[in-house]
Design a protein around this ligand. Structure first.
Ligand SMILES: *Cc1c(COP(=O)(O)O)cnc(C)c1O
Length: 225
């Protein structure tokens, strides 16, 4: 890998931000609006996990790149009429935010594939428009996911409000970490706390992220969709 490639720089920054003794942090390359060629180029450099926001666009790339052994995460909002496509094509859904989606995702998960990995998306700031379940409702959603053999509860995801003040962002990451630790006492199978993006991933790792979702810092600016 060319030492100046952003993938190299970001991996080094992730390693530097990871506290000593903590498990390695997963880098999820957010490839929404990026061409399949750009994903292939990154895969050639060793990147394996990719995140997509839109089901249709994601499934098209999954099909185009089926010759590569990649791991695909849905990180955008999910409508119930898309559950089948998600269960059939993706490896993870990180944006589960309501009970209604659970049964169809489980029912449509093909028997020959491992259980679909699930993160419950939590609304960690009080923003009326943001997706995610309220923190005090997360435990119930986790319980419903954990009851489904065709789903694997793996943890939590959140997109904190883009506070210009890093201290406020750090506070949101810390609150999410606290919720994650409390839920993990009840659901020890949880191993993933997905928080932090291009602008704040080092801060998120310092607060306990086990996965960061990075788009623009890796691929450059997104093209309009
Ligand atoms: C687009 C997106 C990202 C990546 O954002 P960047 O700022 O480009 O790193 C991460 N998570 C979610 C849910 C996104 O929609």
């Amino acid at each position: 890998m060319h030492p100046d490639h952003p993938l190299h720089t970001i991996r080094a920054a992730i390693a530097a931000a990871t506290p000593p003794g903590a498990p390695p942090v997963r880098l999820l390359a957010v490839s929404k609006t990026q061409r399949a060629d750009a994903v292939r180029a990154l895969a050639t450099l060793g990147q394996r996990a990719f995140g997509e926001n839109y089901v249709q666009e994601g499934v098209a790339k999954i099909r185009t790149l089926a010759d590569l052994a990649l791991e695909w995460h849905l990180i955008g909002p999910l409508q119930s009429n898309k559950c089948r496509e998600v269960a059939e094509h993706f490896d993870w859904i990180e944006s589960l935010d309501r009970a209604k989606l659970i049964e169809p995702l489980a029912r449509f998960r093909p028997p020959h594939r491992p259980p679909l990995a699930v993160l419950v998306q939590v609304k960690i700031d009080d923003e009326p428009t943001k997706a995610g379940v309220a923190p005090d409702a997360a435990a119930e959603l986790c319980r419903l996911v954990a009851a489904q053999p065709r789903l694997a509860l793996r943890g939590l995801m959140a997109i904190p409000a883009p506070h210009p003040d890093p201290a406020l962002r750090r506070g949101a990451f810390a609150r999410l970490r606290g919720l994650y630790e409390r839920l993990r006492a009840a659901f020890p199978q949880m191993d993933t706390l997905s928080m932090g993006m291009s602008d704040d991933y080092a801060l998120a790792i310092a607060e306990g992220a086990t996965e960061v979702r990075i788009g623009t810092a890796l691929f450059g600016p997104r093209t309009a969709r």
